[in-house]
Design a binder for this molecule. Structure first.
Ligand SMILES: Nc1ncnc2c1ncn2[C@@H]1O[C@H](COP(=O)(O)OP(=O)(O)OP(=O)(O)O)[C@@H](O)[C@H]1O
Ligand SMILES: [Mg+2]
Length: 468
């Protein structure tokens, strides 16, 4: 990087736009020029490549769908001809998978149409900031990022192609590179944590830590300590300063699971952490900087919690700006075959078994089952079957027989519900079912939670709710 560029008060980026939608290309060019950048436009890949030598290009903004040479092919050529240039792919919702593909082939970033100007400016400043640090450093980081992604998985860890889950994936891909706080909502077992990890993995700092913490599982005092840290002498036994998760995460992600369970006093502190980007360790008089990103998850309806005075409205409004609702499995049954395949492969690998399949009649039953515990319930059922069954093909009886009982079909107790109201009937069923599984598990709640396909804390919540 030249000194002249480094010394400029406001970074000017040399941008080449490649898009066959001329109006879009020209609008972007006009906007970026007005922002002070140097811009050149090409309406197809061939002329973009031809003119590459004429113009020192730092950033290429490239539509993924180009006539003739496609955006992906152009990307491959750019990586050879102009390895220094950062390439931001522009994609439509429908082609999120190819955006991910582009990332693998060395794209620096991607934007989803319609391109938001603020979003674009943010990406460009991030790129120019990265360059100011060091170009080599950045390319190393990109390499590392890609390696990390193929190791920990980005969006492809979320299995399914239904419209519902595709929309979720598109949102994640769109939101991940921004530093926005994200709220992931959905029933238990729908993949909220998986989504949170994908947001982190596809974000701007995947190499920084992803630190999850479950607000329901930790007593309030300890939670405050864990999140915000403490200074020496803050309480008996605090013999040294200890950094909380927000500081430990650095520029990474803090994942607050079951945020609906966070006590009101801590909610105030959390609001300050995300609004003023400041945290106050327990016992400290001076705040510290919070640079982390927050992803929170809940299976509660936070708006209801606000109405009942259990959740701070200001925090709620701050969090719900970007909400990703995870769809229940019963609303995307077409994903079940792919999920079965992926989950079976994962467990077989872990258990050191050769991969096994599911018989067609069994798959039909899996597709039709109610899945109150969503993907986790399916996951547990398959794992149990792999452990208990012998044959290479899992049958209905392998899958649905659990401890001699039917795991997910209705309860053995007589149907006593008299109400016509569907929600009441489901609640009544849920209560009977919980009671039975708890009894069968000898009140071992961890075992019961696993059989039910629930997280331990959501089992506790349900036990409380039904007064069991
Ligand atoms: N779309 C998916 N593709 C693959 N695996 C999935 C998917 N959704 C969920 N899973 C798997 O199901 C299990 C439950 O997912 P996860 O822990 O993310 O759910 P959750 O919504 O956080 O549940 P809870 O509210 O009970 O904490 C995990 O093992 C996860 O890997
Ligand atoms: Mg979870």
């Amino acid at each position: 990087m030249s000194d002249a560029l480094r010394d400029r008060p406001r970074p000017v980026v040399n941008v080449r736009i490649v898009d066959d939608e001329q109006v879009l290309a020209d609008t972007l060019a006009e906007f970026l020029t007005a922002e002070g950048h140097e811009v050149r436009v090409a309406y197809d890949a061939a002329s973009a490549l031809r003119k590459l030598a004429e113009f020192e290009t730092e950033v290429v903004l490239c539509d993924i769908q180009l006539p003739g040479t496609s955006g992906l092919e152009l990307l491959r050529k750019l990586r050879k001809q102009a390895p220094e240039a950062a390439v931001i792919m522009i994609t439509a919702y429908a082609t999120v998978d190819s955006a991910v593909e582009a990332f693998r082939h060395g794209a620096t970033d991607y934007l989803i149409k319609p391109v938001l100007f603020d979003d674009l400016t943010a990406r460009l400043s991030r790129i120019s900031a990265g360059r100011a640090l060091s170009i080599e450093n950045q390319s190393l980081r990109r390499k590392l990022t890609r390696q990390m992604q193929s190791a920990s998985g980005g969006i492809e860890t979320i299995v399914g192609n239904s419209a519902a889950i595709s929309a979720v994936k598109a949102w994640i891909v769109r939101v991940a590179p921004t530093r926005s706080n994200v709220l992931v909502t959905g029933e238990s077992g729908t993949g909220k944590e998986l989504a949170a990890r994908a947001i982190h993995d596809l974000g701007s700092n995947p190499e920084a830590p992803f630190l999850p913490i479950n607000c329901a599982a930790i007593p309030p005092d300890l939670l405050e300590n864990q999140l915000f840290g403490h200074v020496r002498g803050a309480f008996t036994g605090a013999d040294r300063d200890r950094a909380g998760l927000f500081v430990a995460a650095g520029e990474g992600t803090v994942f607050l699971d079951e945020i609906g369970e966070m006590p009101l006093t801590l909610q105030a502190k959390l609001l300050r952490a995300i609004e003023n980007r400041e945290i106050l360790p327990v016992g400290a008089s001076l705040p510290e900087k919070n640079r982390s990103r927050l992803v929170a998850a809940t299976n509660k309806n936070l708006a209801d919690e606000v109405t009942q005075g259990k959740f701070r409205p200001d925090l709620y409004y701050r969090l719900e700006v970007v909400t990703i609702p995870m769809p229940p499995l019963r609303e995307r049954r077409e994903d079940i075959p792919a999920l079965v395949e992926a989950l079976l492969a994962r467990h077989a690998h872990r258990l050191g078994q050769v991969p096994r399949t599911v018989a067609p009649e069994a798959l039909e039953r899996l597709i039709a089952a109610p899945w109150p515990g969503n993907v986790r319930e399916l996951d547990n059922l398959l794992e149990r079957a792999l452990i208990l069954a012998d044959g290479p093909v899992l049958t209905s009886s392998d899958l649905f027989r659990s401890f001699g009982r039917n795991a997910i079909a209705s309860s053995d107790e007589p149907e006593t519900t008299t109400t016509d109201d569907l929600r009441e009937a489901i609640r009544a069923f849920e209560k009977r079912h919980l009671k039975r599984i708890l009894a069968e598990s000898g009140d071992d709640r961890r075992a019961a939670a696993s059989r039910l396909g629930l997280g331990l804390s959501s089992l506790y919540a349900r036990i409380k709710e039904h007064g069991l």
